[in-house]
Structures are given as structure tokens and as C-alpha cells.
Write a protein that binds this ligand. Structure first.
Ligand SMILES: Nc1ncnc2c1ncn2[C@@H]1O[C@H](COP(=O)(O)OP(=O)(O)O)[C@@H](O)[C@H]1O
Ligand SMILES: [Mg+2]
Length: 267
């Protein structure tokens, strides 16, 4: 059990914060299939993620990892099976329900797009402008500056995205993903394109944020070291299926040839 006494714990993980933490999975993916024309991209995917857990997905390019994240967000619908997010079946939910669920999700998409014409701090504040009309400008400023501090960018508030490094841009993306204080965090290749040192720093940051916010997280990555660092469980995907899901140790004991290839290539 993790204690809640640390001053870094920003919010309670109990029902007090109004967020579901009843032991039910925040993300419940049930036998999802998805094809594009003749191409079956997802072929019966099932898994759950609860608050406090991080599931990493590894797999070759084109195995449907990003499609899976888009199904979770409700941007695409499964052909069969269901994506139940915070208790809502995303394919059957009303627009209002989907919008309410999305507010509880932070995402850092692949090629995390920051708005080029906005400063770093304006990028982080962007979701608040749309979703938190109840907050005063002073409250928003305090929240955003707190997030910038959390990701270690308190001295870069007014820089433009093009003036900071790739690793810093990812940090801004993470701060923006957390602006609405989500329950779920979805990260699509958060360390892609970064040098190993910056990747390690982003991994450390993700670990810290997951712990502080008690998130249910999914991380798509090519990087086994990163998966080992930040994930509670790792799922390896191939040809639309999850070949194995388990701890890093479980994977090491797998007889599956593809799994050992994946493990040994990246280490
Ligand atoms: N909207 C779409 N229409 C047609 N094909 C798609 C669409 N989205 C993804 N695909 C195809 O699905 C496959 C999986 O894509 P993706 O999920 O992006 O893979 P990755 O595992 O690299 O993230 C790819 O072959 C891609 O071309
Ligand atoms: Mg992808």
C-alpha cells in the first residue's frame, strides 16, 4: 500500500475527489476487433487497467496500438467487442457522456502536437479555457504554474514550443494532458525520437506523475527499457492479438519466440 502522507500527493485517491476508485477497472477492453477493409488490425483484444496501474503496449509498427488508443478515446469504434471507459461503453454513449469521459482522460498523442503559435504556458492552459469556465483567471494561472513546476519547466513559461528541446516539448504535452486532473492517462510513444538520457528523464517524470495522480495509464512504446521502468504490466502485441501480458519477469520466462526477440533486441 502506498501511503498518502507524502506532500507530493496532490489529491486523495478516495471517492472524496469525486473520481471513480471503487476497484472497478477504469479501462475495460472486451474482445475488441477492428478491421480496415480486408485488414484485421485488432483481433480480439481484452485487458483491464485500474487506477494506480500502468499497462505498456509493445509491438511492431502497424499492429494497431494507436488504433486501440483511439478506440479508448472514442475517436474510433470497434467492429465487435466493447471499450468500457469509466463505466461507459464508448460506442453506445451519448455525445455528452463521451465528452464527460474525455474530460477525465489526458492524452499525449504520437508526435505530440503543441500549438506552435502559443507559448508553452498557453499550451498547458488550453484545455482549461474550454472545459473550466468555472475557474477564475487567477485560479487557472496558479494551476498551470503548478503543473509547469511539476514537469520541471517553471523557468520556461513564456517560451515558444519551437524554442525548446524535444524532451521539453514532451514535458509540456504531459503538463497539458494533466491540466484537467484526469483519472486516465494515455501516452502514445512518449519517448520516441528522444535521446536515451532525455527518454530516461521522461520515464522518471511519468513515474512521478502516475504516482502523484493515481492514474490508470496506458503507454504505447517501442522501448522495452522504458516499459520496464514505467509499467506495472507489459503487453506484447502481434498481428492484432496480445501475445502475452504480464510483468517484465513474466515476459522473461515466456517461451514465445516473438516475445524473447522483443526482449533481447531492446536490451
Ligand atoms: N483510419 C484508418 N483507415 C484505414 N487504415 C487505418 C486507419 N487507422 C489505422 N489504419 C491502419 O491500421 C494499422 C495499424 O495502425 P496503427 O494503430 O497506427 O499502428 P501502430 O501499432 O504502429 O500504432 C496500420 O496498417 C494502419 O495503416
Ligand atoms: Mg502508433
Amino acid at each position: 500500500m502506498q501511503t498518502a502522507s507524502s506532500d507530493t500527493v496532490r489529491k486523495s485517491a478516495t471517492a472524496e475527489d469525486g473520481k471513480p476508485d471503487n476497484g472497478e477497472p477504469a479501462i475495460d477492453i472486451q474482445n475488441v476487433t477492428k478491421s480496415f477493409g480486408p485488414q484485421k488490425v485488432l483481433d480480439g483484444i481484452t485487458f483491464q487497467v485500474r487506477r494506480g496501474e500502468t499497462l505498456a503496449f509493445l509491438g511492431r509498427s502497424g499492429t494497431g496500438k494507436s488504433v486501440l488508443l483511439r478506440i479508448i478515446v472514442g475517436l474510433q469504434t470497434p467492429d465487435t467487442g466493447a471499450a468500457i471507459i469509466l463505466g461507459k461503453n464508448m460506442a453506445e454513449a451519448s455525445a455528452d457522456e463521451i465528452s464527460a469521459v474525455r474530460k477525465q482522460m489526458g492524452f499525449l498523442f504520437q508526435h505530440a502536437a503543441l500549438y506552435d503559435s502559443l507559448t508553452v504556458v498557453e499550451n498547458v492552459a488550453f484545455p482549461l479555457a474550454h472545459h473550466r469556465p468555472d475557474m477564475s483567471d487567477a485560479e487557472k494561472k496558479e494551476l498551470v504554474e503548478g503543473l509547469m513546476e511539476e514537469v520541471g519547466l517553471e523557468n520556461y513559461l513564456n517560451k515558444m514550443p519551437s524554442d525548446i528541446s524535444g524532451g521539453m516539448q514532451k514535458r509540456v504535452g504531459l503538463a497539458r494532458a494533466l491540466a484537467l486532473d484526469p483519472v486516465i492517462l494515455l501516452l502514445d510513444e512518449p519517448t520516441a525520437g528522444l535521446d536515451p538520457i532525455s527518454s530516461g528523464e521522461i520515464d522518471e517524470l511519468i513515474l512521478k506523475l502516475q504516482d502523484q495522480h493515481k492514474l490508470a495509464s496506458i503507454v504505447v512504446t517501442h522501448d522495452m527499457i522504458s516499459a520496464k521502468t514505467i509499467a506495472t504490466r507489459i503487453a506484447i502485441m502481434n498481428q492484432g492479438k496480445v501475445l502475452i501480458e504480464g510483468s517484465y519477469d513474466d515476459l522473461q520466462h515466456s517461451d514465445e519466440k516473438f516475445v524473447s526477440q522483443f526482449l533481447h533486441r531492446d536490451l
